[in-house]
Ligand binder design. Structure first.
Ligand code: GLC
Length: 712
């Protein structure tokens, strides 16, 4: 937000133009003078990003690119000491080119942390803030000024291709997780970009789709998480999304970007577009969208022309220029920070493993886990059992130095992996690797399709237990499908039936592991499994975290951040979602999409209103496969009655004492509901058997419920 001093100075300056002083250089306290000294062309240059050179340096070459692979930059105005700053993806870690032609004796890998979904399932704000600190440190040490995350759109429908990057179906959980991430990253002196603001809840025709929603639903569901993130963490920037909101692109939607975001919520930072081609730049500036990314020279020319023709008020342009300068003076680049290009990846890998374990959810456990010492050998089934899906596809990928695989993690825990089964899968993958599309490496790895297990492989197998891994991949630019995605494929179902039949006949157990980026169907097959663990897309150390859970080194404490329905069509939004898009979408956000009035493509009716996730299922009592907030533990806990107190500012403080009454150390999640919806939550530290902890949850006035609070 423009502080009073700046606004007053801007007014005075516009009234009495000062002489252009030579040697004027940008400082934290002379922004109005700089704005006054800028020419119209220079102002237009500042609000338009530096183009694709940085992002595509792997193809276009590294000349003049400070951080190859970074998503974008701003443009410098050397005459006035205004540097170009660097913007890099993404929500699960720094995404830059891992190697450089100009610097062959170094590598530039970054830590692939657990994705947003598994972090949200940890319900652990302290842990997420720690992950943010590590991510922010890697951004700082690689010369990045703004990290383009967190991704925090609400999970309106399980088939949205980017749900892996997002947190939850609930805005309080989403907002609190995003706020923790923002605080963590910005504690390192680099910025964040809360995205994609707003209602970008599908990838099908994302650059043309019009999200049509009533204002109450928009405010209470789809904007509430962003409101919490802004009020609790003040991200340096927000990223306006590709889509339209009730007929107006969010990127030129003054109601959204100025009236709600700034005037109502008190957002003090800058709004940049998502990586869009040229639309109506003057209208975007007038709406309060300060920076056009990635930026095209034609947008600079358009702005100059629109101001000269009186179609855009220069004072609107000055407001955006001021916000850009207010951002620049906060950045490490402006402060001349000497970044090392060698962050402590080892320490961050350890944290990535702890964070993944904290978000893994135990859905079913019939006398199976933790693995008894008698289990010496485990047979690993499923392609993802040998090629862990550590993260999703698109700009949310990270070029990690390695990815731990499940067999490696089991062996590290002194558990043998059935060689006969391992050979079958690794031979298959060897053949597939030769066909892998190179391009996939930039946008993440698809998972090869499963193959039918032959009975002989099962007969030869002498393992003590089976691990059946179901892997799913999805990402930016396309939504998921029902067949072979939300639903198990026929081959997966047949393999699961064959393995469970063979193992149960031999009196052995089968654990199903869901290595997925978003919800899949579970009701039709969950009775076949003795145990079910969801490790989501857990980052480079995720397989190690999974084995920590299986062996009981870590007691599972994850709770679902979203509902697992029995049937996809039980979900109200399934009536208005492109589930039949067959994953068709487009990474091309520059393509002008003609509005042909196609339902769920050119426009999507949010006809279900507030009936999203548990809000619908709890209200109607409709059954689900696994409910929001669900997760098992290897121990038990009791809770005291809640103590509730009101603070002078209208906040409500709810305190609960939790006791570990079981036989294993563990963490417990306390959730506070009011008016039937989540109002707050907290996670205990690791409690030893018999140990207690009192957790207190503050519910801010703007989240305060009307009806009584209850704890679950
Ligand atoms: C992409 C994504 C956005 C990302 C940006 C830069 O299209 O939508 O999340 O930060 O472009 O890569």
């Amino acid at each position: 937000m423009l502080n009073l001093c700046t606004l007053t100075s801007l007014f005075l300056l516009s009234a009495t133009p000062l002489p252009r002083e030579d040697g004027l250089r940008l400082q934290e306290d002379n922004i109005p003078a700089i704005v006054q000294a800028l020419t119209l062309e220079e102002k237009a240059t500042l609000v338009v990003g530096g183009g694709f050179k940085s992002m595509l340096s792997g193809f276009l070459g590294e000349k003049g690119v400070r951080v190859p692979g970074a998503a974008g930059t701003t443009r410098a105005i050397p005459r006035l000491g205004i540097p170009s700053i660097v913007l890099s993806d993404g929500p699960t870690g720094v995404r830059i080119e891992p190697t450089r032609k100009r610097d062959k004796d170094k590598t530039f890998y970054a830590t692939a942390f657990p994705t947003g979904t598994i972090l949200a399932c940890s319900w652990n704000q302290e842990m997420v803030e720690q992950v943010g600190r590590a991510m922010g440190n890697e951004a700082l040490e690689y010369g990045i000024d703004v990290l383009l995350g967190p991704g925090m759109n609400l999970m309106r429908n399980p088939l949205c291709g980017r749900n892996f990057e997002y947190y939850s179906e609930d805005p309080v959980l989403s907002g609190r997780m995003a706020a923790a991430m923002i605080r963590g990253i910005q504690s390192q002196g680099v910025g964040t970009s809360a995205k994609h603001f707003a209602l970008n809840n599908q990838e099908t025709n994302r650059a043309g789709n019009d999200a049509r929603v009533d204002e109450t639903t928009a405010r209470e569901l789809y904007l509430k998480g962003f409101e919490i993130a802004v009020k609790e963490a003040q991200p340096w920037t927000m990223m306006s999304s590709y889509n339209k909101l009730n007929g107006e692109y969010t990127q030129s939607n003054r109601w959204l970007l100025t009236e709600v975001l700034r005037d109502e919520w008190g957002f003090e930072g800058l709004v940049m577009t998502d990586w869009t081609g040229r639309r109506n730049t003057g209208r975007q500036i007038a709406a309060g969208n300060d920076l056009m990314e990635p930026g095209l020279k034609s947008q600079i020319r358009e702005l100059v022309s629109q101001v000269k023709k009186g179609k855009l008020a220069e004072k609107d342009l000055d407001i955006c220029v001021t916000r850009i300068l207010e951002l620049i003076v906060k950045t490490p680049t402006f402060k001349g920070y000497a970044y090392s290009e060698s962050p402590d990846l080892q320490a961050h890998a350890k944290l990535a493993r702890e964070a993944a374990a904290d978000g893994i959810v135990l859905l079913k456990n019939e006398g199976t886990l933790p693995l008894p010492k008698t289990i010496q050998e485990v047979a690993v089934f499923g392609v993802a059992g040998y090629q862990t899906c550590i993260g999703g596809m698109g700009s949310g990928t990270v070029h990690a130095p390695y990815a731990i695989q499940i067999p490696q993690a089991l062996q590290a825990a002194s558990i043998r992996v059935s060689p006969s089964i391992q050979t079958v899968y690794e031979n298959y993958l060897q053949k597939r690797v030769r066909k892998k599309r190179k391009a996939s490496s930039m946008l993440g790895e698809a998972i090869p399709p499963e193959f039918a297990l032959d009975a002989q492989a099962l007969e030869e197998d002498r393992a003590d237990m089976a691990l059946f891994v179901i892997g799913r991949q999805a990402g930016e630019g396309g939504d998921r499908r029902l067949e072979d995605d939300f639903l198990l494929s026929d081959i997966e179902r047949k393999n699961l039936e064959a393995v469970t039949t063979a193992y149960h006949r031999a009196g052995k157990k089968v654990i199903v592991v869901l290595n997925i980026g978003g919800v899949i169907e579970t009701a039709s097959w969950k009775d076949l499994a003795d145990a079910i663990v969801v490790d989501w897309q857990p980052g480079q150390e995720g397989a190690a975290a999974l084995v920590d859970i299986l062996t009981g080194t870590v007691n599972p404490s994850g709770r679902l951040a979203m509902t697992f329905p029995i049937d996809y069509f039980d979900i109200p939004s399934s009536a208005n979602f492109p589930y039949d898009s067959q994953g068709k979408g487009s990474m091309n956000t520059f393509r002008k999409v003609r509005d042909r009035g196609r339902r769920n493509v050119d426009f999507t009716e949010y006809a279900e209103g507030m009936a999203v996730g548990y809000r619908y299922f709890n209200r109607t009592g409709a059954p689900v496969s696994y409910p929001f907030g669900f997760g098992l533990s290897y121990t038990e806990f009791t809770r005291s009655e809640i103590q509730q107190a009101e603070e002078s500012d209208g906040s409500v403080i709810v305190c609960v004492t939790v006791k570990n009454t079981g036989h294993a150390p563990g963490k417990e999640v306390v959730m506070v509901y009011g008016d039937g919806v989540l109002k707050g939550f907290a996670k205990t530290k690791r409690l030893e058997p018999g140990e207690t902890e009192t957790v207190c949850i503050r519910i801010a006035p703007y989240l305060r419920p009307r009806s009584f609070l209850m704890v679950s």
